[in-house]
Design a protein around this ligand. Structure first.
Ligand code: MV4
Length: 451
């Protein structure tokens, strides 16, 4: 049983974790940087401890300070949230060494999924579909030429230590491959201190479809359906929804089963997400597994009725999943819009500053996960997510209309946001029909300047 939890994070996710703790009768302990003294998670927690100066490197990424604070505060466990130390196997291991429960999978599972090339190999062995490409990491450009010749152009070179769009390069024809190989290798060495690279056939304009899984410490693994996260730019997701509008029951079951096999292959525990590319012909391919709670988890909560953060806390406390696969039923549809302090007219440049007015939306089917209030000053040291607006409806059309209504109701003054852009997207014919892919937003932005 977990009685006290230290939350090694900030912003909306820290608030989200505090809420789950409260509902379970667990005492939440906050940590904060000197830039976050006025943050909501500090006010809402039972206790809060300063762990360093504003820069993330010296505070939310400072493992020693966080673990020392956890020991001093006599907590049983640490919840890392997302970002920061959430997928750092060294941190998960350090927690264990200090007798603290890390709320997440084992250090080994984090590490095995962290190396994207090793994960790819593991998935192939586990019978999870992967994109045709290299067997292991590539020896040299010659081997890359050979593999690319076999799978056909265009191809993608990817750094084993990359992920989330980092360290990858599209190669359209053989003439460019040698040069691209050495560039990608050098960048991988510089950025990740790991020069390993692998090659995949390029999947054109895929949908980004990810499957939520839950696994306990006793070998029970279930999936909770999928989220479509194709509305993104430069690998920043802006709008997500559940279920994916183009999946039928048959494909949903196949992807769900593949995600469960992926989790089982690394003895996964806790909440995790298996990310797939889905092509226009209904083929799906494993991309990576995120070994953390994700920003977009609420859309899954809304259609399954399952509280994922509570599930994380219960699993980490040693409880057995009382839920079986047949008990998971998807009901209705949910859409999430991320409200960032960013200016779409200036290439989504982050714009911290004073929140002059914040009136969140409400009413039927609307959920808001946020940490801001009128008078709060957004600091420049962290990511720019201020709030997530989630709309649920009995079907996708009701969710979409509720989201439009919510965006119309809310007032957020003082910093620029993409709210007006979202209003346009929600009325777009292709969005309305569910006919979109990862090329949708770049196309919309280029076609409509200034939106
Ligand atoms: C790809 C791809 C096409 N073919 N791999 C980007 C994030 C990372 N998780 C994988 N990514 C991609 N990998 C092959 N073999 C296209 C992308 C991609 C993408 C994927 C998901 C969502 C948005 C994207 C935007 C551009 C490229």
């Amino acid at each position: 049983m977990i009685k006290r939890v230290l939350i090694a994070n900030r912003g909306e996710i820290a608030v989200r974790i505090i809420r789950a703790c409260r509902e379970l009768g667990i005492e939440p302990v906050a940590v904060y940087s000197r830039g976050d003294e006025n943050s909501l998670h500090v006010k809402l927690a039972n206790e809060a401890y300063c762990i360093g100066p504003p820069s993330a490197r010296d505070s939310y990424l400072n493992m020693q300070n966080i673990v020392s604070t956890a020991i001093g505060a006599e907590v049983d466990a640490i919840h890392p949230g997302y970002g920061f130390l959430a997928e750092n196997s060294t941190f998960a291991d350090l927690c264990q060494q200090c007798g603290l429960i890390f709320i997440g999978p084992s250090p080994r599972a984090i590490e095995e999924m962290g190396n994207k090339e090793r994960a790819r190999k593991l998935m192939e062995k586990a019978g999870v579909p992967i994109v045709p490409g290299s067997k292991g990491d590539l020896e040299d450009a010659l081997e890359a030429m050979e593999v690319a010749g076999k799978v056909g152009y265009p191809v993608m070179l990817k750094a084993a230590a990359g992920g989330g769009g980092k360290g990858m390069r599209l190669v359209k024809e053989p003439d460019f491959l040698k040069r691209a190989f050495s560039l990608t290798r050098n960048e991988a060495e510089k950025a990740f201190s790991n020069p390993q690279i692998y090659l995949e056939k390029f999947i054109s304009r895929p949908r980004h479809v990810e499957v939520q899984v839950l696994a306990d410490n006793y070998g029970n693994v279930i999936h909770l359906g999928e989220r479509d996260c194709s509305i993104q730019r430069r690998h920043q997701k802006l709008i997500e929804e559940a279920p994916c509008p183009v999946l039928d029951e048959n494909l949903r079951q196949k992807m769900g089963e593949a995600a469960v096999r992926a989790a089982q292959a690394v003895d996964y525990t806790g909440a995790g997400t298996v990310e797939f590319l889905l092509d226009a012909d209904g083929n799906f391919y494993f991309m990576e597994m995120n070994t953390r709670i994700q920003v977009e988890h609420p859309v899954t909560e809304m259609v399954t009725g399952i509280d994922l953060v509570k599930a994380q806390l219960q699993i980490a406390g040693g409880e057995e999943l009382d839920l079986k696969q047949k008990d998971v039923k998807l009901e209705g549809a949910a859409i999430e819009c991320r409200i960032n302090a960013e200016d779409p007219a200036q290439d989504f440049l982050p714009r911290p500053g004073l929140i002059k007015e914040w009136l969140p939306p409400g009413g039927p089917g609307i959920r808001v996960d946020s940490f801001i209030y009128s008078g709060y000053v957004v600091v420049p040291h962290y990511d720019s997510l201020l709030a997530k607006v989630i709309a649920w409806g009995t079907d996708r059309e009701e969710a979409r209309r509720r989201m439009s209504r919510a965006l119309g109701e809310m007032r957020l003054e003082g910093v620029p946001t993409p709210i007006d852009l979202y209003k346009v997207i929600l009325e777009d014919d292709n969005f309305c029909s569910g006919n979109y892919d990862t090329g949708f937003l770049p196309g919309l932005i280029e076609g409509k300047e200034g939106v």
